[in-house]
Write a protein of this length. Sequence first.
Length: 258
Amino acid sequence: MVATPVRRLVTEIIFLLPIIIVVGIFGHLAAMNVTFTIVLTIVFTVNLIVRFLLVNQKGDWIFFVLGVAAGGGNDLISQINGIYHYTSLTVLPFLQGLLPLWMIAFWGQVFLLFRKVFHVSWFKGPGFSKDGRFLQGWFSTRLLVDIIVLVILRIAIYRLYLDPVFPAAIYGSVIVTRLLLIHPGKNELLIMAILPYAFMFEGLMVTFGLYVYYNPVFMGLPAWLLLWWAFLVPLLLKQVFDMIEYAIAKKPAEVSKQ
């Protein structure tokens, strides 16, 4: 029997629970002894392997690799720019002072969770259709605007992360302007409404000592980061995920016509 979108979401959350538990136990210790970093790496790896063996869905590997590249890449660039820093020691010398290797792979698992959230009927929305203005309909004006917003927000935080006020002010003004220019759909507003799960999850990681932000205001998180999540997940990522889902769904149909 094919699992419903809600059951798939619940299953994905279940596979995130061991991560929260193991970081809660070993997060602080991994900053003092690399042995605990190795323990975290083993648990994260085994958990991920079991997850793919038991509940893999068609296309999951695509979203996992996207998470590793986009989430892990952004994480690494943020470390290089000094926005926050991981306390966990790393077993790889070239990553020392940046981030543990397992965290890059973990971003893939986070993107799998986002995929399952977007499949729930309340959050699904109309989906993607090739009616954009650029690249033979794949690229819409809205997506172009959101990529520009993404670049503005990243440049702002790379330059102003030490300031306690300006980053949040810039993030707030840019995101509100975006929402006024292009009104979000009902499903996107619902995704925004449930985003505290993302705040709480990352807040737990920080509370457990995995990494440290400057100027925290809530569970070790800065104000600009809360606004970043509110833009990134329901607006930009949702569009990109819908495009990928469209391509995955269309591929078998194209093959059958040949």
